[in-house]
Design a protein around this ligand. Structure first.
Ligand code: ADP
Ligand code: MG
Length: 562
């Protein structure tokens, strides 16, 4: 029975299609990367399901992708023998945007094509990029384990609706036919496609095959057998020195669904008691859901080259949730589940090793590529700050990665490392001085800074909402205590000269009557009135007691009902 039905795209998809077609026109070739990437995912999924359905793989065991071009018909055909899709899966996957965060996506659309094109990459909507080059797309697919007579054909011109019908299909997997738009006919060219495959899909783990092209003695083109265009080995299994930057970047884009290159990566093979390979990336830009409770995080997990799951969160702490990458273990069982990952020695020791790796990667970026690290801090600094509290065992490393604004840097950009601050400390200075405030202007104009300016002592200016919370977890760095300059008595330690001390005594004596009078007048408004040398230009300022909560902290607690 051939039941054909016409269905409408989810509204978001229609918006997206429109957007795609108009925003990717400058880089249409990425359609091939996205479709190859999907075929490769389909192979991964089949291999995984074959762990429990061995016959699904054994009936057609060599997983591949084949690409054909028809110059006359102006079509490109991509074929894979991966997992395929059932009728319902076709409707769900190729008619809606399934990932969580869909509405977020639509909310995030700005109408600015450049920005929106960046967003597309983060939402798992690669399939629809087919419509950038194709005016009509046909998908023929049969899921592993489903009868040949229950295969499905999907077809659409990308304008609001698609059709689905039942068909016969002998082989497992998916075939996609792209009918090129008249303006995109240049893609009906085998050489062009092979170049794109080298550029974007060299790292794909299975063969991406196209027919060999040869020229006979008369100079006419002859088409030979299928041959692999790419290297066809899982990228992380290859030796580091044989992998190009472009391949690492391409691989990152494949797994992270990002359109931009990563800032840094680290590829490492561990042998010994535990055996695993990791390939970790620091993105250039924070994903939209970095601060959402149910945001996507974690690594792609493989066990002995077999893809097991996306978003395995157990291998890195929360404060490194912006890191993308894969980990391939030889020690975990193939049937490992999310529940099993929750506890266990193997996972725990991998997690602490991977955490150190990421921190080392960030440290070396901070040491040798200051500009990249500044970009990284601007995107992920607030997340890294969480590590001060979350990860006591690596606190030293995390502290070295922190960056602050200060009276010396003179602008709101957080660029001062604690080590730099300490190196610049004045003779006799024992503490790291800081001030918290609502914003940078308020901080830098605070009267509390007067005496520090006079003495040429640098003060860190903390103006982020998180900073007061952060400082409750920070007691010292490099043996130096942190001191809030607007809390408690101002003790400049050895920074005060003998002269200062004499002046102080004198001040206390002469101001005694005034202090007492003010104390009476303000009795129900303040805890105490004190004479101070804190100020050089302003007549008076409010000071919080050493143990008082900061203003932002108080607001946070009030907001949470405490
Ligand atoms: P993503 O790959 O990020 O999930 P896509 O828009 O690229 O998003 O693909 C949507 C979904 O369609 C995939 O998750 C997958 O379930 C399904 N799909 C696409 N292409 C194939 C294919 N060749 N074989 C099997 N399923 C596919
Ligand atoms: Mg995809």
């Amino acid at each position: 029975t051939v039941q054909k039905e016409t269905l409408g795209f989810q509204t978001e998809v229609s918006k997206l299609l429109h957007l795609m077609i108009h925003s990717l026109y400058s880089n249409p070739e990425i359609f091939l990367r996205e479709l190859i990437s999907n075929a490769s995912d389909a192979a991964d999924k089949l291999r995984f399901e074959a762990l429990t359905h061995a016959d699904w793989l054994s009936e057609d065991p060599e997983l591949k992708i084949w690409i054909d071009v028809d110059k006359e018909a102006k079509t490109i055909t991509l074929r894979d023998n991966g997992i395929g899709m059932s009728r319902q899966e076709v409707i769900d996957n190729l008619g809606t945007i399934a990932r969580s965060g869909t509405s977020e996506f639509v909310k995030n659309l700005t109408g600015d094509q450049k920005k929106d094109a960046q967003l597309i990459g983060q939402f798992g909507v690669g399939f629809y990029s087919a419509f950038v080059v194709a005016q009509k797309v046909e998908v023929y697919t049969r899921r592993a384990g489903v009868a040949a007579s229950e295969a499905v054909k999907w077809e659409s011109e990308g304008e609001g609706a698609f059709t689905v019908e039942s068909i016969d299909k002998a082989e497992r997997g998916t075939t996609i036919v792209l009918h090129l738009r008249p303006t995109q006919e240049e893609f009906a060219d085998a050489f062009r496609l092979k170049n794109i495959i080298h550029k974007y899909a060299e790292h794909i783990a299975i063969p991406v095959c196209m027919k060999a092209q040869k020229w006979n003695d008369e100079g006419k083109e002859e088409v030979g057998d299928y041959e692999a265009v790419n290297k066809a080995a899982a990228l992380w299994t290859r030796p580091r020195n044989e992998i190009s930057e472009e391949e690492y970047q391409g691989f990152y884009k494949h797994i992270a669904h990002d359109y931009e290159n990563p800032l840094a990566w680290n590829h490492n093979k561990v042998e010994g008691k535990l055996e695993y390979t990791s390939l970790l990336f620091v993105p250039k830009r924070a994903p939209h859901d970095l601060y959402q409770r149910d945001g996507v995080r974690g690594l792609k997990l493989y066990v002995q080259r077999v893809f097991i799951m996306d978003d395995a969160e157990q291998f890195l702490p929360m404060y490194l949730r912006f890191v993308k990458g894969i980990v391939d273990s030889n020690d975990l069982p193939l049937n490992v589940s999310r529940e099993l990952l929750q506890s266990g020695k193997v996972v725990d020791s991998m997690k602490s090793a991977l955490t150190r790796r990421v921190l080392d990667m960030l440290t070396s970026m901070a040491d040798s590529k200051a500009e990249d690290y500044a970009a990284c801090w601007a995107q992920f600094g607030n997340v890294l700050k969480e590590g001060v509290a979350e990860d006591q065992s690596n606190q030293d490393k995390v502290l070295k990665l922190l960056r602050f604004a200060s009276t010396l840097s003179g602008d709101a950009v957080e660029s001062v490392a604690l080590a730099d601050y300490v190196a610049r400390m004045k003779e006799g200075q024992e503490k790291i001085y800081y001030l918290t405030a609502e914003n940078f202007t308020a901080a830098s104009q605070s009267p509390h800074l007067e005496v520090f300016r006079k003495k040429g002592v640098e003060v860190l200016l903390l103006t982020d909402r998180l900073d007061e919370w952060l400082m409750t977890h920070l007691t010292e760095f490099d043996g130096k205590q942190f001191q809030h300059i607007a809390k408690g008595d101002l003790d400049l330690g050895s920074l005060s000269s003998e002269e200062d001390k004499k002046a102080e005594e004198q001040l206390q004596e002469t101001s005694q009557p005034l202090v007492e009078r003010l104390q009476k007048i303000l009795a129900d408004k303040v805890q105490a009135v004190k004479a101070t040398q804190r100020l050089t230009d302003s007549p008076a300022c409010l000071v919080r007691s050493q143990y008082d909560l900061g203003a932002a902290m108080r607001q946070l607690l009030e907001a949470s009902g405490q």
